[in-house]
Design a protein around this ligand. Structure first.
Ligand SMILES: *[C@@H]1O[C@H](CO)[C@@H](O)[C@H](O)[C@H]1NC(C)=O
Ligand SMILES: *[C@@H]1O[C@H](CO)[C@@H](O)[C@H](O)[C@H]1NC(C)=O
Ligand SMILES: *[C@@H]1O[C@H](CO)[C@@H](O)[C@H](O)[C@H]1NC(C)=O
Ligand SMILES: *[C@@H]1O[C@H](CO)[C@@H](O)[C@H](O)[C@H]1NC(C)=O
Length: 462
């Protein structure tokens, strides 16, 4: 049996495990209501972080509900500390404050790598770039995790669910699955297996070279597969089923093998996750990222919606290449209760948390009103916070973020319990977070000797 698989769909299923029943659902033409206007990548409506990266313009209340997307930034991101990684409980859209937004618990490993960790009763760790890419060459140097049901991924994902993937199933360490989707439409012919040497032991550089007319997947600089746009014409829909909208870079480690996921997903992932596995260290599964490079390409030839240089936005809900514009739009929210429709809304008072200079000033900002009950951070409700009421947790979290908006604290906070709803997570990683800012290069920040050995073997084989 051929199985179709999209990270977007499976992530949505995985995260919906932790979702509040109260959050309105959206997707497939069901749009969000005005009081929680933003449709998250997981298909639920909310405000705040729901309106930032991943916010689905096709199923949100209107085209202005999702905040415009910061434009591509060419850079070599060294992933050797938690600097520049901001928990999704703190990020309000200012891409100048950090290059990555995290959910879950990233950890620094010996000043050499960022670990994506996945402990029991969490849904793993996801890093998403704060800047989008609208065509470019993106490379990530990573090692994967291992084990049934455990999936490591390096992907490009747009807000309308165009997707370009490298996926690694933890039961097959010599295969990188390459994949692409147009607007989340699954098609099994889009998947191709690429052969690679042990993805856990060996650090490889995986590259997605995404051009307006082609996608090339490379491993360690070797071209493994090319997909031409011209070959993706769909006569039924009269459109190219080719990724063509601004996308975020995402690196993740997550449990596709959860009982609550579909049978097909579990089967694809090699079975259910064993939460007491020899492949766990310090109580968690992990994948490592050492480097990400981004070379942004110019907007496609023929592009004529160049109204600025700060952010991408959609002019219609079609989500196709010809409906995308670049403007000088504000990308920042004043609080976790604000939305793209009302970016300066701040019912609890924003004090020093000044957002962008271009956001409309709000005369009511200093007048506390009833705190809205809408969800504010996708994927945070439930999970490790399951003991709390989800909306209270979300409100508390955003309150902290507002009164303490400094992205400089991201490293410390990641070691604590605010990083992504993983309050049950403690082994080793808390040290990793709290010592991350020191210069003690010899300290073993992820904890045990086993981790060191594993990592050194991987490093030596590069
Ligand atoms: C971006 O700015 C343009 C021009 O001012 C505006 O028409 C559009 O609605 C804005 N979109 C978003 C998502 O902010
Ligand atoms: C790719 O490899 C996996 C095993 O890792 C296998 O289950 C799957 O069928 C293969 N897909 C294709 C398209 O060959
Ligand atoms: C064309 O698109 C439709 C609708 O998304 C889909 O069902 C169909 O399988 C596609 N056809 C081909 C040949 O890919
Ligand atoms: C959008 O895609 C079409 C079909 O490939 C192409 O002819 C057109 O130039 C593209 N426009 C932009 C702005 O990329």
């Amino acid at each position: 049996m051929k199985h179709t698989f999209s990270v977007a769909a499976a992530l949505a299923a995985t995260f919906s495990v932790t979702a509040l029943a109260a959050a309105p659902k959206c997707g497939g033409g069901t749009q969000c209501p005005s009081d929680s206007p933003c449709c998250s990548q997981y298909g639920q409506c909310g405000v705040g972080a729901y309106c930032l990266g991943g916010c689905d313009p096709q199923n949100s209340f209107d085209l202005a509900s999702c905040v415009a997307a910061p434009v591509c930034k060419s850079a070599d991101f060294k992933m050797d500390s938690l600097d520049g990684i901001i928990p999704n409980t703190q990020y309000l859209g200012d891409a100048s404050k950090g290059n990555w937004v995290s959910s879950g618990t990233p950890a620094v490993y010996n000043d050499q790598a960022v670990l994506l960790t996945m402990a029991p009763s969490t849904v793993g760790t996801l890093l998403s770039s704060t800047h989008y890419v609208w065509y470019g060459k993106i490379s990530a140097t990573i090692t994967t995790s291992q084990g049934a049901g455990v999936v490591t991924a390096f992907i490009m994902m747009s807000d309308v669910k165009d997707e370009i993937d490298f996926e690694f199933v933890g039961t097959d360490l010599t295969t990188a699955q390459s994949n692409y989707y147009f607007q989340g439409i699954t098609d099994y012919t889009n998947t191709k297996n690429l052969t690679v040497s042990d993805t856990r032991q060996n650090s490889h550089t995986y590259t997605i070279d995404w051009k307006p007319d082609s996608i090339t997947w490379l491993i360690d600089g070797n071209e493994m597969r090319t997909q031409l746009k011209s070959e993706t014409w769909n006569a039924t829909t009269g459109s190219y089923h080719f990724p063509q909208s601004p996308s975020r870079i995402q690196m993740s480690l997550w449990p596709a093998g959860l009982q609550s996921n579909g049978e097909g997903t579990i089967e694809w992932a090699g079975g259910l996750v064993n939460w007491d596995s020899q492949y766990m260290t310090n109580g968690y599964y992990y994948a490592s990222v050492t480097d990400v490079t981004v070379e942004c390409y110019n907007p496609p030839s023929g592009f004529n919606k160049d109204f600025g240089d700060a952010a991408y936005y959609y002019q219609t809900t079609f989500g196709t290449n010809d409906t995308i514009a670049i403007g000088n739009n504000n990308t920042i929210l004043s609080s976790f209760y604000a939305t793209g429709d009302n970016p300066s809304y701040c019912p609890t008072g924003c004090s020093s948390a000044s957002a962008s200079g271009t956001a409309k000033t709000s005369a009511t900002a200093s007048t506390p009103t009833a705190v809205p009950t809408a969800e504010t951070i996708p994927g945070v409700s439930g999970g490790g916070n399951a003991g709390n009421s989800g909306s209270t947790q979300a409100g508390d979290t955003s309150g902290n973020a507002e009164s303490n908006p400094s992205a400089g604290n991201a490293g410390q906070s990641n070691g604590g319990s605010t990083a992504g709803g993983s309050t049950s997570f403690s082994q080793g990683i808390q040290n990793a977070g709290t010592t991350g800012g020191t210069s003690d290069a010899t300290s073993v920040k992820a904890g045990s000797a086993i981790a060191v050995v594993g990592f050194l073997v991987a490093a030596m084989m590069m």
